[in-house]
Design a protein around this ligand. Structure first.
Ligand code: ASP
Length: 382
């Protein structure tokens, strides 16, 4: 359910996006997938499914690389190469993981997440939807580099409509490090994905014993194992060797989901980073390179220098989606506060950081959603 309705008159029936809180009662995942592609249903269910007694939950691990799959390299004392170990290597490093779940593993990619891209996103999204539609798993764990894990989590959260959990996991230290954190994190991620209470929570990120929701989670430290926080909402819960604990029951609020875009690259959306002494160069460069959308990583409450405001407003007038986010790292950009969005033709990203605002804008553009009132409403609903 929308937390706010900025334009009041937005009709959800006209959406090509869907608000989903898992499958409708009693429906199968195949039915759910069909509903998703028909893009016409609002489903609400918190029904839990637990494996039959004596049966372990089935979890599929999709590996994409990152430091969790990294190995020390010989060239430096602190250096390592991300994306070297395979999915099976990662599983083999966690004693007893086979007692938590029945595991399958697939290698989707083996890259550092600084190189994550639309093609891998589409492959992941389609594979996860297929696994759930075919009822091949009760949950999916994606191993991933930490640099862009929050972006992939956000993307998947909005293109996987199943009530089954998707859990992204990474590590801050490579697999060959002293006190490597990958094995413990992977165990935690499998525990969460295998937990019946993880249903209807969308995509999550699990590191350092903490469970975060895809919307709010963000990386805040370059090297510390305690780097991920959810600055606006706090974490969803915690996990230790004995238990998975969620702070609240799964939300009754439906999640905004879209059909997986048919092709990569996704529509071009640039992020323009605001700073003192700024002119319109970045905006003009983005437009010159064909940006269909621009996200302002604004100062403070989504603000920027006068020449940039003028250039952004002119772009909005020509049909470019212009989204005001903030470089600050927490809080919500308030519509029509420091800048008047109604007059400028801009959209407030509300509590989405610039990287996530960019992804939502790409999904909206990929689904032909450009009406400003509808775009603003979807930022409120996501
Ligand atoms: N550069 C690495 C990556 O994102 C860092 C990490 O995984 O922690 O793949």
């Amino acid at each position: 359910m929308a937390r706010i309705s900025i334009f009041g008159m937005v009709g959800l029936a006209a959406c090509s996006a869907v608000l989903v809180a898992g499958c409708a009662n009693g429906s199968t995942d195949s039915e759910s997938a069909a509903q998703s592609s028909a893009a016409s249903q609002t489903a609400t269910s918190t029904a839990k499914s637990t494996p039959a007694p004596g049966q372990l939950p089935r979890i599929t691990i999709l590996a994409t690389g990152g430091t969790i799959a990294g190995k020390a390299n010989a060239n430096s004392a602190v250096g390592y190469t991300a994306g070297e170990a395979t999915a099976q290597d990662l599983i083999d490093a966690v004693p007893g993981i086979d007692k938590i779940a029945k595991l399958d593993a697939e290698q989707i990619a083996n890259i550092g997440s600084q190189d994550m891209n639309d093609e891998v996103w589409l492959t992941l999204a389609n594979r996860i939807n297929q696994i759930f539609a075919d009822d091949k798993a009760d949950g999916v764990v994606v191993t991933h580099g930490t640099d862009t894990i929050e972006e992939t989590a956000f993307f998947l959260d909005h293109v996987v409509a199943s009530p089954k959990p998707v859990v992204l996991v990474g590590s801050m230290r490579p697999s060959t490090a002293l006190s490597a954190d990958g094995p413990a994190n992977l165990r935690s991620a499998v525990q969460v994905a295998a937990d019946a209470d993880a249903r209807d929570r969308g995509t999550m990120v699990v590191l350092n014993d903490t469970i975060h929701g895809a919307k709010d989670v963000t990386k805040t430290n370059t090297t510390s194992v305690q780097t991920f926080v959810s600055p606006n909402t706090g974490p969803l819960g915690h996990v230790d060797a004995a238990a998975v604990t969620f702070a609240e029951p799964a939300s009754a609020h439906p999640r905004l989901t879209f059909p997986v875009p048919g092709k990569s690259p996704l529509p071009q959306v640039a992020i323009v980073y605001s700073h003192a002494g700024m002119d319109a160069t970045q905006v003009n460069d983005a437009l010159g390179h064909g940006a269909q959308g621009i996200v302002l990583a604004g100062v403070g409450d989504g603000n920027t220098a006068k020449p940039v405001v003028a250039a952004l407003s002119a772009a909005a007038g020509k049909g470019v989606l212009v989204i005001r986010s903030s470089r600050v790292g927490s809080g919500s950009v308030v519509r029509n506060a420091e800048l008047n969005d109604d007059e400028l033709g801009t959209i407030s990203a509300l509590d989405l950081n610039p990287a996530k605002a960019r992804i939502l804008t790409q999904l909206l553009l990929a689904n032909g959603i450009t009406d400003k009132a509808k775009v603003q409403q979807d930022f409120a609903d996501c």
